[in-house]
Write a new protein. Structure first.
Length: 202
């Protein structure tokens, strides 16, 4: 199999778990938060800075760059907003990983980054909001009120980030190969659906 599989997801729709199980079934690498450590090592920028600006757009408040970043002050990217600079660094990492062979990549506008690739399969995972809130509440031992606030904030941030980077509507089926309600199909069912789709498209 020579496919690059990108997974975009609403919070609480099992994106990481689906990606991990899919990658394991296909015998290919999986990348999510691992990209942050790789980008930090490549760029000599603090991993904390990447975490603080992960999937965040330039207009949002961010931590003091000078407290965390070590870059060449004469670099032409020095005056670029932190989130933009880090997004570019991660995008280069993503492109390099995909050039090495098939893999599963979670979030970070990877579906847009690979929009010109014929071997790309883009997935969007969604789900009933109440089910997603309950999942987050249970996973993190949050009250449902707090879980709802986290789901709303994270989905909003991801939507804005995707729009900012791609000028596309996050979650719009027109921009994905396959959209699945994970709260109905379950993690294993979702993995099976994606695997079957890949087989059909091979």
């Amino acid at each position: 199999m020579s496919k690059v599989i990108t997974v975009s997801r609403e919070l609480g729709s099992g994106g990481r778990e689906v990606g991990l199980r899919l990658a394991k079934k296909l015998g290919i690498p999986f990348y999510d938060k691992e990209l942050i450590a790789m980008a930090a090592e490549d760029s000599n920028i603090s991993e904390d800075l990447f975490h603080a600006n992960d999937e965040v757009i330039a207009g949002q408040k961010r931590i003091n760059y000078d407290d965390y970043a070590t870059v060449d002050p004469f670099s032409p990217v020095y005056e670029v907003p932190v989130s933009d600079q880090l997004f570019v660094i991660q995008s280069k990492i993503i492109q390099r990983l995909a050039a090495n062979g098939p893999c599963v990549i979670i979030g970070r506008c990877a579906n847009y980054a690979f929009s010109d690739r014929q071997d790309k399969i883009s997935i969007f995972l969604s789900g009933d909001k109440s089910d997603r809130i309950r999942h987050i509440a249970k996973k993190h031992d949050f009250s449902e009120k707090k879980a709802k606030a986290v789901v709303d904030e994270t989905d909003s941030r991801r939507r804005e980030f995707h729009k900012y980077c791609s000028n596309q509507e996050w979650g719009n089926a027109a921009f994905y190969d396959l959209c699945i309600d994970e709260t109905k199909a379950g993690v294993d069912g979702t993995v099976d659906i994606i695997k079957k789709y890949i087989e059909i498209m091979a």
